[in-house]
Design a protein around this ligand. Structure first.
Ligand code: SF4
Length: 286
C-alpha cells in the first residue's frame, strides 16, 4: 500500500476543511444575511466574502487555522489500522508547510512550538471502531477564540432540564462576541465531566439545520436557538438577530448524583471536511 499517497489525502482533507465551509453552514450564513440589517448585515457580508475568497484562492478562511482535530471511524477490516496514526501525523506536518497553516501548538510549560502543528496528544484524534473495511475521517480544525468559550457545568440534578437550558443561555450571554458569532453551540448532557464535553464537541459534526432525532431534544434545540438569538448579541457581537446558527445537543446516561453539561462552541468558521480511505489505499475527500 502507498502510505505516502494516503498522506496526500490527509493534506487534501485539511486543505478542504481550512478553505471551504460546508454547504449547510454557507446556507445558514446566507439566511442570516437575508434577515439582518445595518452592521449585522455588513458583518455577515464580510464573512461570506471571506469564505468565497478562501475557496477561490485555496487559502485558509481565518488566520487561526486551529488545533488539528480528527474524528476517525475505523472499519475493523481495514488492513493497515496500525499505520493510521502516523499517516495523520505526517499529513498534519506536511499540511502545515504546504497549505500553509499557522503553527498553533505550544507546550503549556515551556512555550516551545514545534512549528508543525504537532505535540503531546496533538493532533487530537478520537477513535471509534465500526463494521466494514473503510476508514472515515472528519477533520474539525478548532479555533482558539471559540474554544476558549467552552464550558463545563456540573449542575445539581435538581435543577432539571429547565436549569440546563438556563445554564446554556447564560453561558452564551457571558461569551458575547468572543467566539466570533454567529456560532454553532454543541452541548453534551449527561455522562461524566469528560464525556459531556466530548459529546458537545462531537455534536458539531452534525450539519447545521439537522435536528436531534429525539423530538423532545430537537424541540429544546429550537428553543435554545430562539432564546440565544433573542439576546441580540449578533454577528461578531455587534448586535443583530443571529447569534447562533444552530444548537446541537447529544446526551448520555448520567450518575444519579450528577448532571454534567458540556458546551463546545464553534465560530462562524464552522470548518468540517470528510475523507474515506478504502482498504486498497484509494481515498476520497468531500
Ligand atoms: S474564533 Fe473562529 S473565526 Fe474567530 S479567530 Fe478563531 S478560528 Fe477565526
Amino acid at each position: 500500500m502507498d502510505f505516502e499517497y494516503i498522506e496526500l489525502g490527509i493534506i487534501e482533507l485539511i486543505r478542504k476543511a481550512e478553505t471551504e465551509l460546508p454547504e449547510d453552514v454557507i446556507k445558514a450564513l446566507k439566511s442570516a444575511y437575508d434577515i439582518e440589517d445595518d452592521i449585522a448585515k455588513t458583518q455577515i457580508d464580510a464573512i461570506l466574502k471571506t469564505i468565497d475568497l478562501a475557496k477561490k484562492t485555496k487559502r485558509p478562511m481565518c488566520q487561526d487555522t486551529g488545533i488539528q482535530t480528527f474524528f476517525v471511524d475505523v472499519g475493523i477490516d481495514f488492513p493497515h489500522i496500525k499505520k493510521l496514526k502516523k499517516i495523520i501525523l505526517n499529513g498534519v506536518k506536511r499540511a502545515t508547510d504546504e497549505i500553509p497553516l499557522r503553527p498553533n501548538t505550544v507546550d503549556p510549560f515551556t512555550g516551545v512550538n514545534h512549528k508543525d502543528n504537532t505535540g503531546d496528544f496533538i493532533p487530537y484524534i478520537t477513535w471509534d471502531f465500526v463494521e466494514g473495511s473503510d476508514v472515515h475521517i472528519v477533520s474539525l480544525p478548532k479555533g482558539g477564540g471559540s474554544e476558549n468559550m467552552s464550558k463545563l457545568g456540573m449542575l445539581k440534578p435538581g435543577v432539571g432540564i429547565e436549569g440546563v437550558k438556563d445554564f446554556i443561555v447564560e453561558e452564551m450571554i457571558k461569551a458575547a462576541g468572543n467566539p466570533c458569532p454567529p456560532t454553532v453551540v454543541g452541548v453534551g448532557i449527561g455522562g461524566g465531566a469528560d464525556l459531556a464535553l466530548k459529546l458537545g464537541k462531537k455534536s458539531l459534526l452534525r450539519p447545521v439545520g439537522v435536528r436531534n432525532k429525539d423530538k423532545k431534544i430537537a424541540d429544546i434545540e429550537m428553543e435554545l436557538i430562539n432564546r440565544i438569538n433573542a439576546t441580540g448579541i449578533g454577528p461578531m457581537g455587534l448586535g443583530g438577530k443571529t447569534t447562533v446558527l444552530d444548537v446541537h445537543i447529544e446526551k448520555a446516561h448520567r450518575h444519579p448524583a450528577s448532571l454534567p453539561v458540556g458546551i463546545a462552541v464553534q465560530c462562524w468558521a464552522d470548518r468540517r471536511a470528510n475523507m474515506i480511505i478504502h482498504k486498497d489505499g484509494t481515498w476520497e475527500v468531500k
